[in-house]
Write a protein that binds this ligand. Structure first.
Ligand code: CP
Ligand code: NVA
Length: 318
């Protein structure tokens, strides 16, 4: 049973999950969102604690974890690099061992994917990747939920990411789309192409699910897209690359002319946020009628609640 298979699991990247498991988490997210909208309250996390480790800043991810866990009776503890010894006076392994004795789960946002992997290996409790340089898996689940809220089942739909094709958000979308059979086009200058090793790893997954993964520098690739997606040109930790990215990515700004190039009036705009309006997206698009970025931001909470509830074994689809 899928609900049994999810108990005790960490979420480091969607590469570790089957299509059926991701599908289950999407359906559970919809159920939890609906009950919240109906004003139903639950105490699924009562008596449980989660450590929220942040090396990088956050609005949505921190607030989604804190509010989702807290409103169902759990106790979240926020720990920034100013608060704990991890990686400074104490090894990641030793921190993981201790946190695993005190907490039921751990969330990590930071630089290295190896840190979140080490936390999972040594803590013995579910560890959730709240963004690393390599992946942003909780974001991708909220993105697909938003796509499905607008267009129904995501299999066979077309999603286009326009911007920095090698960043954590694009990489997580490649994986989740390959797993779920969503046609995914990355539109990016060749020097920012997604890592070839990841594309090679996802090729057989895409073959199995029916997804078509395309990488191109040509913005004509947006044609027919259900959704255009972009992210900041300069990710956290890459601030030194600001000028180079502006030069490379200016032709890839999502503006109304690019939205119109889909050839569809019903195409939607997605953005993981935070957005730098006037750079990767114009204000009229992100604040306009085709934007679903705000629903997508809210969906971080419902999807993160579903991931925590399923892996802690306190919720199942009813
Ligand atoms: N999308 C996202 O992860 O937002 P935060 O950086 O605010 O958490
Ligand atoms: N690619 C961005 C995503 C922020 C949510 C970054 O890593 O800064």
């Amino acid at each position: 049973m899928v609900s049994e298979a999810l108990k005790g699991r960490s979420l480091l990247t969607w590469l570790d999950y089957t299509e059926e498991e991701i599908r289950y988490l999407l359906d559970l997210s919809k159920q939890l969102k609906a009950e919240k909208k109906q004003g139903e309250t639950n105490q699924r996390f009562l008596g449980k604690t989660i450590a929220l480790l942040f090396e990088k800043r956050s609005t949505r991810t921190r607030c989604a974890f804190e509010t989702a866990f807290g409103e169902e009776g759990g106790h979240p503890v926020f720990l920034s690099t100013q608060d704990i010894q991890m990686g400074a006076k104490e090894s990641i392994e030793d921190t993981a061992r201790i946190l695993g004795r005190m907490f039921d789960a751990i969330q990590f946002r930071g630089f290295k994917q190896s840190t979140v992997e080490t936390l999972a290996k040594y803590s013995g409790v579910p560890v959730y990747n709240g963004l690393t340089d390599d992946f942003h898996p909780t974001q991708a689940l909220a993105d697909i939920l938003t796509l499905e809220e607008n267009f129904g089942p995501s299999k066979g739909k077309k999603l286009c990411f326009v911007g920095d094709g090698r960043n954590n958000v694009a990489r997580s979308l490649i994986v989740i789309c390959a797993k779920l059979g969503i046609h995914f086009t990355v539109i990016t200058p060749a020097s920012l192409n997604p890592d070839a090793a990841l594309l090679a790893k996802c090729a057989p997954l895409a073959d199995a699910s029916g997804a078509k993964i395309t990488v191109t520098a040509d913005t004509a690739g947006v044609k027919g897209a259900d959704a255009l997606y972009t992210d900041v040109w300069v990710s956290m930790g890459e601030e030194a690359k600001k000028e180079e990215r502006r030069r490379l990515l200016s032709p890839y700004q999502v503006n109304q002319a690019l939205m119109d190039k889909t050839g569809r009036k019903d195409s939607i705009f997605l953005h993981c946020l935070p957005a730098v309006k006037g750079e990767e997206v114009t204000a009229d698009v992100i604040d306009g009628p085709q934007s679903r970025a705000w629903d997508e931001g809210e969906n971080r909470k419902h999807t993160i609640k579903a991931i925590m509830a399923a892996t802690l074994g306190v919720a199942a689809i009813s």
